[in-house]
Design a protein around this ligand. Structure first.
Ligand code: HEC
Ligand code: HEC
Length: 213
């Protein structure tokens, strides 16, 4: 019993030591990696998304406060062609973004603070709130909150933040999912849902989430 305890203690000490040295190694690579990500953000991404991920134009999604794994996945999807967009595919290719760059860009933008938006049409946003929180039993639409979180902040690591995003961008993506122009959603999750929404409902839920904080 006593020696078993000793073994466990020794194992725990070894495990702690290993974790410690692994963490150290990670820190050094990520320090130069993070510096590169920051540089890419302020020289490349800045043109459309803003250096801090708060894009001024609704044509470009805000990246600030987005789930890091989601950002990385989208960059990988642009690279592989699983998500098609000529602009972003060009950015990923011409800058030779490596998997490490994509990971660090995800971390960098997730750590920036998103500038809040506001819903533009009160009646429309109220309709959107109902869909977001409760879905629509008649059409079998699930509540967006179930996957994107009660405040739209997203849920690590699969479900992106919607809160504070430009309404026009949200609407455009829902439309892309509905038409099948965007098909990088695992298990067709978003394509199935978007197919159940009317154009009006998409606009309503887009207006609502743009004002979520
Ligand atoms: C010339 C403009 C432009 C530049 C520069 C640019 N992007 Fe984009 N980005 C876009 C557009 C447009 C979209 C929306 C694509 C779509 O509609 O599918 C986008 C989408 C994205 C998305 C998906 C966001 C989401 O919510 O799904 C990520 C992630 C992204 N960009 C990261 C970056 C990073 C990182 C850089 C810098 C290395 C960068 N972009 C540079 C135009 C740009
Ligand atoms: C079953 C889970 C689930 C539900 C419910 C759900 N989503 Fe999603 N949604 C996802 C996943 C997963 C993705 C990311 C797909 C990918 O990896 O590109 C996503 C992505 C999105 C995007 C793209 C975000 C971006 O930055 O490009 C929008 C917009 C969106 N969802 C809106 C909605 C709305 C509106 C509802 C409710 C009507 C909803 N979602 C319900 C799982 C869900």
């Amino acid at each position: 019993m006593k020696s078993q305890m000793k073994n466990i203690m020794a194992f725990a000490a070894l495990a702690a030591l290993t974790t410690f040295s692994l963490a150290r190694a990670d820190d050094t690579t990520s320090q130069s990696g993070m510096a590169k990500a920051q540089q890419l953000a302020s020289t490349v991404c800045v043109a459309c998304h803003g250096a801090d991920g708060n894009s001024a134009s609704p044509n470009f999604p805000k990246l600030a406060g987005q789930q890091p794994e989601y950002i990385t996945k989208q960059l990988m999807n642009f690279k592989s062609g699983a998500r098609t967009n000529p602009i972003m595919q060009g950015i990923v290719t011409s800058n030779n973004l490596t998997p490490d760059d994509m990971k660090n860009l995800g971390i960098y933008f997730s750590q920036q603070t998103i500038k809040p938006g506001a819903a533009k049409d009160k009646t429309l946003a109220e309709e959107g709130e109902k869909i977001f929180k409760g879905g629509d039993a008649a059409t079998g639409t699930p509540a967006c909150a179930a996957c994107h979180g009660p405040t739209g902040a997203g849920i690590p690591s699969e479900f992106p933040r919607l809160a504070g995003q430009h309404a026009a961008y949200i609407y455009a993506q829902l439309n892309n999912f509905r038409l099948g122009d965007r098909s990088n959603d695992g298990g067709k999750m978003m394509r199935t849902i978007a197919a159940r929404l009317t154009d009006h409902e998409m606009k309503a839920v887009a207006d609502y989430v743009s004002g979520l904080q």
